[in-house]
Design a protein around this ligand. Structure first.
Ligand code: RTP
Ligand code: MG
Length: 146
């Protein structure tokens, strides 16, 4: 029965600079692990501008693109690859809506993000939005991962 087969996926997750500055990395990993997903690669790093621009290439030309890039360069991020059953969708559900004001209570952004109308939405985390995005982003951030 295909409906009961597990579908182990990998997703790229970033704790954005606001999350690292506020020391929320542990709380975010705790939520990932409690949901049954596991971290299989992780590090703290300052991103080069070219990597951020390539990561968010789909948003090039949008009004929030430059503020978004500046925000992602404003401090180190924690980059990780997570693994688990349908973890791409599961982590997006765990994150909540992009806008922290609209993100449901119980989600990372709904519970923890404190966006207060800065030039770009500061929402603590990134998670790949599809299997194609996950493959592209994992190669970008962890090229040596088997
Ligand atoms: P992400 O890519 O970071 O996981 O977030 P997402 O899928 O929920 O949202 P997306 O539409 O891909 O936007 C990427 C990030 O850009 C910032 N943003 N600001 N000012 C704005 O209207 C605006 N729209 C997007 C946010 O940091 C968002 O997470
Ligand atoms: Mg996105």
């Amino acid at each position: 029965d295909k409906n009961v087969a597990t579908l182990v996926e990998r997703s790229l997750v970033l704790v954005k600079p606001d999350g690292v500055k506020r020391a929320l990395t542990g709380a975010i990993i705790d939520r990932i692990e409690r949901k049954g997903m596991r971290v299989i690669a992780m590090d703290l790093r300052s991103l080069p501008r070219e990597l951020v621009e390539e990561h968010y290439a789909e948003h090039q030309g949008k009004p929030f693109f430059e503020p978004l890039v500046s925000f992602m360069l404003s401090g180190p991020v924690v980059a990780m690859v997570i693994e688990g059953h349908r973890c791409i969708e599961a982590f997006r559900t765990l994150s909540g809506a992009t806008d922290p004001v609209k993100a449901a209570p119980g989600t990372i952004r709904g519970d923890l993000a404190t966006d207060v109308g800065t030039t770009v939405v500061q929402n603590l985390v990134h998670g790949s939005d599809s299997p194609a995005s996950a493959e592209r982003e994992i190669k970008l951030f962890f090229p040596d991962l088997a």
